[in-house]
Design a protein around this ligand. Structure first.
Ligand code: XMP
Length: 519
């Protein structure tokens, strides 16, 4: 398989480079910039890309590069900080700048370059709109390099050395605002590095099915299903590879959405004939949650109880005589990427792992078939496998479920109120087309009652808060500007249809400083 290695110097958008390369049909991996040339060489890459980064080359602790990487004779593209670092290492001259240039710029071609092939504005003698974010700049390119592009503020906005197949761009071709950036990246991959694009979701499925069969052999695999996209895709993929050697376990913890468990289980059994055990443990979970108000305690109870229940079920499968050696998990690539040490990581590792602690406790090996994929690729694999859209596009749902959306004590009656309100939110988001446009939407039941009036009488009942947010990765989020009519409809329906609720409020806080969930 063709492969591009991206060295991460800490840019916020390094992941975007990997995604653009993959969208072009070429597999790419991100590695910390401290990697040695030997290790890079051992991966046998078809090309190397140096990412941008927040540092200046002369600064203390600025990330460096094993300079032998530049001697690997592999086609190389250096972006932003990567360009400055490469220029510096190869004997070019940098100039420091007090101010950062951040935002759009008009980039003019200064010399022919394979990266400019098919760039429409250049063919007409015009500039291409690019996105800049840098402090320092290259004043004189290293020996052997020519200047291939400039902007009003940069005499060296791009440079190259065709002989060594080294190319550098001061701007960020990977971001959407660089209008011709994708074409430039594609030119690098296909015209310079002459890579054959062979990364597609169907090739991925074939490869993983084969690998899983080899790894698992005659032994058995256990998989925890949550009803979310990742675990569903893992299960269907493994089912394709090893069929009945896969044992899926779905634990109903009593804090799921309305009918969620049944829907997922019926679909997986009906359409995919999955070897699946549905464990109804609502009473156990709700019993342990009784009287508990502290959110972290709720999380811990649910996490530990899940592990206990799951462990018991897994032991039962072993007791039936199956040689269970593996535990399948839906880890994705963003969780795997190692971060660089310069002023904090560029990829923050999420702390909410639903099945954290399981592998250690159960003494099983992990099998993580999605660990190379980004979320959108997981959905594409899911579609390839025939998983319905309603599951592939399901909003993220926390492991502790509705327990952290019933603020305060979690009781069955309070869960029932929340479930009914939640169904209305989901129905209206879907009907209006906003379900796919927002990141996540849900209802929260508040631990207070307020006064209302119904008919001729005074009411004193519950408040539902609506939390509907936009986000790309849940690290930051903003509240969705839903049309007032839609909000009115949701509120009207909840108050009319859900007994016990007489008030609905809309959460208009962003993350940070608020979080997406209320607890
Ligand atoms: P916060 O509330 O931290 O949420 O802004 C960010 C994202 O994580 C989800 N979330 C959780 N997921 N276990 C999970 O599996 C948890 O304990 C948990 N808490 C929050 C939340 O729904 C959002 O998508």
């Amino acid at each position: 398989m063709s492969k591009v290695i991206i060295l991460d110097f800490g840019s916020q958008v390094t992941q975007l480079i990997a995604r653009r390369v993959r969208e072009a049909g070429v597999y790419s991996e991100i590695h910390p910039c401290v990697i040695t040339a030997d290790k890079v060489a051992a991966m046998n890459p078809d090309a190397v890309i140096l990412s941008g980064g927040p540092a200046g080359v002369g600064e203390t602790d600025a990330p460096a590069l094993d300079r032998a990487i530049l001697d690997l004779t592999v086609p190389l593209l250096a972006i932003c900080y990567g360009m400055q670092l490469m220029a510096h290492v190869l004997g070019g001259v940098l100039s420091q700048s007090e101010t950062r240039e951040y935002g759009p710029a008009d980039f003019d071609k200064a010399a022919d370059c394979p990266l400019w092939d098919g760039i429409a504005p250049f063919a007409e003698g015009k500039a291409s709109r690019v996105w800049m974010s840098h402090g320092d700049k290259v004043q004189t390119p290293p020996p052997g390099f020519i200047v291939t592009g400039r902007t009003a503020t940069l005499d060296v906005a791009a440079m190259s050395c065709d002989e060594r197949r080294m190319y550098a761009l001061q701007f960020h071709p990977e971001v959407h605002h660089s209008v011709d950036g994708t074409q430039m990246l594609r030119n690098f991959l296909f015209k310079v590095a002459k890579i054959t694009p062979d990364w597609s979701m169907s090739s991925f499925v074939d490869r993983v099915v084969k690998q899983v069969r080899e790894t698992v052999g005659d032994s058995h695999v256990i998989c925890a299903l949550s009803g979310g996209v990742d675990s569903t895709v893992v299960a269907v993929l493994l089912n394709k590879a090893i069929g009945k050697q896969l044992h899926c376990i779905f634990v109903d913890n009593g804090v799921l959405r309305m009918n969620e468990g049944e829907e997922v289980v019926n679909m997986l059994r009906g359409s995919f004939n999955l070897n699946l055990k549905y464990v109804q443990a609502s009473d156990l979970f709700l019993g342990l949650l009784a009287g508990v108000e502290d959110p972290e305690k709720k999380r811990k109870i649910i996490g530990h109880t899940f592990i206990d229940v799951f462990d018991k079920e897994a032991s039962a499968i072993k007791a039936e005589g199956h040689d269970v050696k593996f535990l399948a998990q839906g880890t994705l690539y963003p969780d795997v990427i190692e971060s660089v040490s310069y002023k904090g990581p560029s990829a923050v590792i999420k702390s909410h792992h639903n099945v954290g602690g399981l592998p250690e406790k159960m003494n099983m090996k992990l099998i993580e078939p999605l660990r190379e994929l980004f979320k959108d690729e997981v959905r594409a694999v899911g579609a390839e496998l025939g998983i319905p859209e309603s599951i592939l596009w399901r909003h993220p749902f926390p492991g502790p479920g509705l327990a952290i959306r019933v603020i305060g004590e979690v009781t069955k009656p309070r869960l029932d109120i929340l479930r009914k309100a939640d169904v209305i939110v989901m129905e209206e988001l879907r009907a209006s087309g906003f379900y796919r446009k927002v990141w996540q939407g849900f209802a929260v039941l508040l631990p207070l009652k307020t006064v209302g009036v119904m008919g001729d009488g005074r009411t004193y009942e519950h408040v539902i808060a609506l939390r509907i947010g936009e986000s790309v990765d849940a690290m930051t989020a903003d509240w969705a500007r839903l049309p007032a009519d839609l909000l009115a409809k949701i509120s009207g329906r909840i108050i009319n249809e859900v007994k016990g609720v007489n008030r609905v409020v809309y959460d208009i806080s962003s993350k940070p400083p608020s979080t997406i969930e209320w607890e």
